[in-house]
Design a protein. Structure first.
Length: 354
C-alpha cells in the first residue's frame, strides 16, 4: 500500500482582517475557530501573521494542541472514511505525563470543527465539519519512528539497530531488536531548539532581530540565513558552530550514557531520523564518532517516519482497514499526517459538513 503524507508548520496566530482569496487550497489556507476566536494555522499563519508560534511540547489540555489537532483532521477529509482509527505520540520526556490526558481528549470521539473556505475558494463560506474517531492509541514517538523505519526500508532482516530522532523540541533514542524495544536504552533530551536558542543569543549580541520568536528563527536556521533590519545575514558558519557544540554537549554524552559496547556490537546500524537529520553538521559528527565500529545512515524521508509508524499502528487497531487509518504527528516544527493512498477508495463516509 502506498502512503501519502501531508504537512504544515506547527504554528498559529489569531486571525484579524480580511483573509479571502489568500491561498491556493485548504492546506495552505487553514483558518479555523476555537471557542469564539478564529485562527490562522500553518503556512497561512506564516504568511498572514506577525508573530505565529506555539508552545513547545504542549499538553493535550492546552489550546495549542487542540488547534493543531483540528487543523490536521481537516486535512484528512478527502483521504479517509469515517469513523477513523488514529494514532498519535509523545516524546519519552512527556509521554507518561501526557498519555492519559491525550486519551481523554481523543475519547470525546466526535470533533466539530468550524472552518473558513473563503481563504482559498472565491465561492467559499464558513463551514462546520464533524469527525468521528472510533479507535485510537497513544504511543512513544521513538516507537512510531521505529515502526515507520521498518515499513519504509526494504530490509527483511532488519532486527538489531539503534534509532536516533532529532526533533525541534527533543532528541529521542533507543535500541530495537527482533524481540522489541530495549527500554534501558531509551532516552529523551534537548532537541534542535537547544542549538537554535544558542544561535539566537549570539545573534542578539550584534543584530536587532525584530522580536522574532523561536519558530521564526527555526525557519532561518533551516534556510541558513535571516533577513532583519533590511539586511540578509548568513547563518551557515554560526549554525555549524552551534550544531557542533550541540553534538558535543548533548548528543555524544547521551550515546555514551545509554548504550554499552555490547549494544554497539550487537547492532547492525545506527539510523538517524527526524527533521534534524537533514543537518549535515550533525550527521557528519555522528559518522566521525562511530565510523570505526558501526555504520551510521540517515533514514529516507526522516521527518515522516513517526507519522508513517503511527499510520501502520492505526492499521493494526482498525482491524486492517487502510481506508479508515490515520497517523498524526503533531510535531513542534511541523505537523505531519499520513494516510494510505488508494485510488479506488470510497469516500462516501467523509466528515459530515454542516
Amino acid at each position: 500500500m502506498k502512503v501519502t503524507t501531508t504537512s504544515f508548520p506547527s504554528v498559529f496566530e489569531t486571525a484579524f482582517g480580511n483573509t479571502e482569496n489568500s491561498s491556493k487550497d485548504l492546506l495552505n489556507g487553514l483558518k479555523l475557530k476555537k471557542d469564539e476566536t478564529w485562527y490562522l494555522v500553518g503556512n497561512m499563519a506564516k504568511r498572514g501573521g506577525i508573530n505565529p508560534g506555539r508552545i513547545t511540547n504542549a499538553a493535550p489540555t492546552e489550546e495549542d494542541y487542540e488547534i493543531l489537532f483540528k487543523a490536521a483532521l481537516l486535512n484528512t477529509a478527502d483521504k479517509v472514511q469515517q469513523p477513523i482509527a488514529l494514532t498519535m505520540g509523545f516524546p519519552f520526556s512527556t509521554y507518561n505525563v501526557y498519555k492519559t490526558a491525550a486519551e481523554q481528549f481523543l475519547s470525546k470521539r466526535h470533533f466539530l470543527i468550524d472552518y473558513d473556505t473563503q481563504t482559498y475558494n472565491t465561492k467559499g463560506s464558513f463551514k462546520k465539519a464533524m469527525f468521528d474517531i472510533e479507535k485510537y492509541e497513544v504511543i512513544p514517538e521513538i516507537v512510531g519512528g521505529i515502526i515507520g523505519l521498518k515499513k519504509t526500508i526494504n530490509e527483511p532482516q532488519l532486527d538489531n539497530f539503534i534509532a536516533i530522532s532529532f526533533g525541534f523540541g527533543t532528541i529521542e533514542g533507543g535500541m530495537a531488536t527482533g524481540d522489541g524495544l530495549v527500554h534501558r536504552t531509551c532516552f529523551s533530551s534537548h532537541g534542535i531548539r537547544y542549538a537554535i536558542n544558542n544561535l539566537t543569543r549570539e545573534l542578539n549580541q550584534k543584530h536587532y532581530l525584530e522580536m522574532k520568536n523561536e519558530h521564526q528563527v527555526d525557519d532561518a536556521f533551516m534556510k541558513g540565513s535571516i533577513f532583519t533590519n533590511r539586511k540578509r545575514i548568513d547563518l551557515r558558519e554560526m549554525r555549524k558552530g552551534v550544531l557542533t557544540q550541540y553534538y558535543k554537549e548533548v548528543v555524544s554524552p547521551l550515546m555514551r550514557s545509554y548504550f554499552t559496547d555490547l549494544d554497539f556490537e550487537s547492532c547492525e546500524k545506527i539510523y538517524l531520523m527526524g527533521g534534524g537529520a537533514y543537518y549535515k553538521e550533525l550527521t557528519d559528527a555522528f559518522q566521525e564518532e562511530f565510523r570505526d565500529f558501526i555504520p551510521v545512515e540517515v533514514a529516507p524521508d526522516p521527518e515522516k517516519l513517526m507519522s508513517i509508524g503511527y499510520l501502520y499502528n492505526s492499521l493494526r487497531i482498525s482491524d486492517n482497514k487502510p481506508q479508515r487509518s490515520v497517523g498524526l504527528d503533531l510535531g513542534n516544527s511541523s505537523s505531519i499526517i499520513s494516510t494510505f493512498d488508494d485510488d479506488h477508495q470510497p469516500v462516501a463516509n467523509n466528515p459530515i459538513t454542516l
